[in-house]
Design a protein around this ligand. Structure first.
Ligand SMILES: Cc1cc2nc3c(=O)[nH]c(=O)nc-3n(C[C@H](O)[C@H](O)[C@H](O)COP(=O)(O)OP(=O)(O)OC[C@H]3O[C@@H](n4cnc5c(N)ncnc54)[C@H](O)[C@@H]3O)c2cc1C
Length: 399
């Protein structure tokens, strides 16, 4: 049998790349995932997954494995970071299932990644190559040819496939084969992230909910992960990084964070001060996608952060990568079409929704950080409209 037939080369084995491998393998494809890292390990911290995302993951058979590692929060509260008052709340738990037919989960990235990896391996159809770097990609009339090498020394030189997926994240090197090369946009927003054992916190600071604290030029998001055994904390402040931070896992200077939080309410300060070890991440994004041509060209499709990196203020970056993967697999199944036609179908189905979430993420960030009279207006609207303002039916109902 022709080894190229039905083969898809997926560059990047993050959440998006593994989701694509799993979904495409379930449609009969033979994916080959090429990952730069030496071992599959997802750094970082928590991820929230709305019902639009959990529904997709369940459709791939992941429900049981996910339920063993996730946390299901009851509510999302928005509190004023200065006064501590509650501005609004959105019921998540049962309401998410009743309204959208799927739950709202909070999960550690490594746990989600591990569940995906396990299911990818179980298909028996996916080849995984770690410690590999793609150097050159050629999109010919009938196949993709990739020159690559193992790291640090070469062990594969040329791989051929029927199609390719660039799932190599924010700093994607495959992106240049679809759209002209431009660097990601530095947002001048810094994310301080931490994960603390719930047991290490005083009883009064433990929580079963997602809490978003909004303040002038900053906000904080807190929620349990790992069956509620850990609390995930993210504090976003306006500011430039001391150096350009392109990767996860930079130690943060806690004093900088303390300075930024000077005015914060004692409830918030008490939780933050219980954390010794903060990591710092400089947020980057790209302007919202402008058309299907920015997500696929010929035999190459882009997916996840490689295509549409977004600010995390809708908590949907990984979610959109997972939705992309589902659509990609559905398009792949259209075997009556050529590969470029299938990828165009995928791109046409996905670009506008991704652009909308990117745009809304930018807008949410601005709303969270409002100051002065605009802030009073926001607080009043939240108090009056509450749940109806915070719910996002067009998003949670799915594509
Ligand atoms: C503070 C913060 C909070 C967030 N919260 C949420 C949330 O609550 N919910 C949510 O859905 N999303 C959230 N996100 C966004 C989410 O983390 C990302 O959108 C998601 O991880 C993107 O997945 P990806 O697979 O596209 O890219 P990545 O996770 O970046 O994976 C890319 C992979 O490609 C590999 N790679 C890179 N270059 C190459 C190469 N040349 N060759 C081979 N391999 C390569 C990398 O090693 C990596 O494994 C958050 C992000 C941040 C910063």
């Amino acid at each position: 049998m022709d080894p190229v037939k039905n083969s898809i080369l997926i560059v990047g084995g993050g959440i998006g790349g593994l989701a694509a491998a799993l979904a495409c393998a379930q449609q009969g494809a033979k994916p080959h995932v090429i990952e730069r890292a030496k071992v599959f390990s997802e750094v970082g911290a928590g991820i929230q997954m709305g019902p639009n995302v959990t529904r997709t993951l369940f459709s791939w058979g992941l429900e049981k494995a996910l339920r063993e590692v996730v946390f299901t929060p009851d509510r999302l509260h928005v509190r004023d970071a200065q006064s501590g008052s509650t501005l609004g709340a959105l019921r998540l738990g049962q309401r998410s299932v009743q309204t959208y037919g799927a739950p709202y989960f909070a999960v550690h990235r490594a746990d989600l990644h591990q569940v995906l990896l396990q299911h990818v391996v179980n298909t028996g159809a996916v080849k995984l190559s770690l410690n590999c770097q793609i150097d050159l990609i050629r999109d010919d009339a009938d196949q993709i040819t990739v020159n690559g090498r193992g790291l640090p020394e070469g062990f594969f030189e040329t791989v051929q496939a029927e199609a390719m997926v660039g799932a190599d994240g924010l700093w994607s090197s495959t992106r240049q084969y679809v759209v002209p090369q431009t660097p990601p946009r530095v947002t001048n927003l810094l994310a301080y992230r931490a994960l603390v054992p719930m047991q290490s916190l005083p009883e009064s600071l433990r929580t079963q909910d997602v809490t978003v604290w909004v303040g002038a030029k900053l906000h904080a998001v807190l929620y349990p992960v790992r069956r509620g055994e850990f609390l995930n904390l993210v504090v976003i402040v306006n500011g430039r990084p001391p150096v350009q931070l392109a990767e996860w896992d930079h130690a943060a200077n806690k004093r900088d964070l303390d300075l930024a939080m000077g005015f914060a309410h004692s409830d918030l300060k008490n939780i933050l001060s219980a954390v010794a070890d903060w990591r710092l991440w400089s947020l980057c994004d790209r302007p919202p996608v402008r058309g299907a041509n920015e997500m696929a060209k010929g035999r190459i499709a882009l997916l996840g952060d490689a295509a549409h990196p977004m600010r995390p203020f809708m908590a949907q970056g990984a979610g959109m990568a997972i939705e992309d993967a589902a659509e990609l697999a559905a398009s792949w199944a259209r075997s009556e079409l050529t590969v470029p036609e299938r990828w165009q179908l995928y791109a046409k189905a996905r670009w506008a929704r991704n652009a909308k979430v990117q745009q809304r993420s930018i807008q949410n960030g601005k709303i969270f950080h409002l100051q002065g009279p605009m802030r009073w207006g926001r607080d009043l609207a939240m108090r009056m409209l509450g749940e109806s303002l915070m719910d996002v039916p067009w998003l949670y109902a799915g594509p």
